[in-house]
Design a protein around this ligand. Structure first.
Ligand code: PRT
Ligand code: ZN
Length: 288
């Protein structure tokens, strides 16, 4: 029997990327198991194998061809400088890589760091940033608990990932420069066999459908026929809205799609145009 081709996808075994990565693959219709001690898993309904790894190791595994594609933070992708390509931003695990200094420091601009030490787990990104700003500073590469470095006299500043900012706050630090914005990204080997590229493009098609659905809502409402024109302009939908007559003369029901981000703004306008009984429903998948 001939072995059929599999696309190997590396995701984080446990940590902040795990839930989003598993969620994305499951929502893309991949059925696979993921036990606590499992290192890999074969999807039952799609030609992929999922490898569960430490996020820091994923870029290397992809460069070596052990995995074909993988999901990591953009911060890790940039820091590791492996021969991989960024395939797609995935819109979860958003954070920023920032420089922070003790709260009581009189920080005015990045020249504050001249001749000082910065502790970070991202030595490559930080040194690029400082070089670009024309600042010469020492870089202390440490692998964890970066936020304690100023308190123990290891460095005058740190550069670490921030999301809510509460870790900085509780360690008496303030964020002073944003070095990069980051989110989960799908990265991949530069040279995949054509059969693997074909599987990847099917997967990307599904991921696109899941992502477009995330920002879109299905909207239904009733309105007097005199408002159909105005409401249609406001809710153009994917192609154009569906308009159905109501049993009550002079009234119609409009079905369309609305973007989550301008939803509240449009609701007020819709109400002012006489829309009633507005229903907004989540969409699971959306194919243009
Ligand atoms: O074990 P493994 O090596 O796989 O995991 P890890 O411990 O290296 O990574 P993990 O799970 O902590 O993070 C994985 C990825 O999640 C990171 O590379 C980022 O791309 C992304 N991410 C998003 C974050 C955060 N938000 C985040 N807040 N990674 C880490 N943090 C940490 C940060 O280092 C700091 O300690 O959370 C703290 C700050 O959070 P706030 O909310 O207090 O500001
Ligand atoms: Zn890690």
């Amino acid at each position: 029997m001939q072995m059929s081709t599999l696309l190997r996808i590396a995701i984080q075994k446990s940590g902040r990327l795990q839930e989003g990565s598993l969620g994305l693959l499951h929502e893309s219709g991949l059925a696979f198991s993921h036990g606590k001690d499992q290192l890999k898993s074969l999807a039952r309904n799609f030609p992929v194998e999922i490898l569960f790894l430490r996020d820091d190791d994923i870029p290397q595994y992809i460069e070596d061809g052990v995995a074909d594609v993988g999901i990591v933070g953009e911060n890790v992708f940039v820091e590791k400088q492996k021969q991989n390509r960024l395939i797609k931003r995935l819109d979860f695990a958003k954070c920023r890589l920032s420089i922070a200094v003790p709260r009581n420091e009189n920080y005015e601009d990045v020249t504050f760091l001249e001749g000082k030490n910065v502790a970070t787990s991202y030595p490559f990104i930080v040194s690029q940033y400082l070089a670009q700003k024309g600042v010469t500073a020492g870089i202390h590469a440490i692998s964890g608990s970066v936020e304690i470095a100023p308190g123990i006299g290891l460095a005058e500043a740190i550069c670490d990932l921030v999301s809510s900012g509460s870790t900085l706050l509780s360690n008496g630090l303030k964020e002073v420069e944003v070095v990069m914005q980051s989110e989960a990204v799908l990265i991949g080997n530069h040279k995949l066999a054509p059969e693997k590229e074909a599987i990847l493009s099917k997967l990307l098609f599904r991921i696109d459908a899941v992502q477009s659905a995330k920002n879109a809502k299905y909207i239904l409402l009733n309105c007097p026929n005199s408002s159909i024109e105005g409401i249609t302009r406001l809710l153009p939908g994917a192609k154009s809205p569906t308009i159905l007559p109501l049993r009550e003369p002079g009234w119609s029901s409009i079905h369309s799609v609305v973007n989550e981000n301008d939803f509240w703004e449009k609701i007020d306008l819709l109400k002012s145009m006489g829309a009633e009984g507005i229903l907004v429903i989540p969409i699971e998948k959306m194919i243009a």
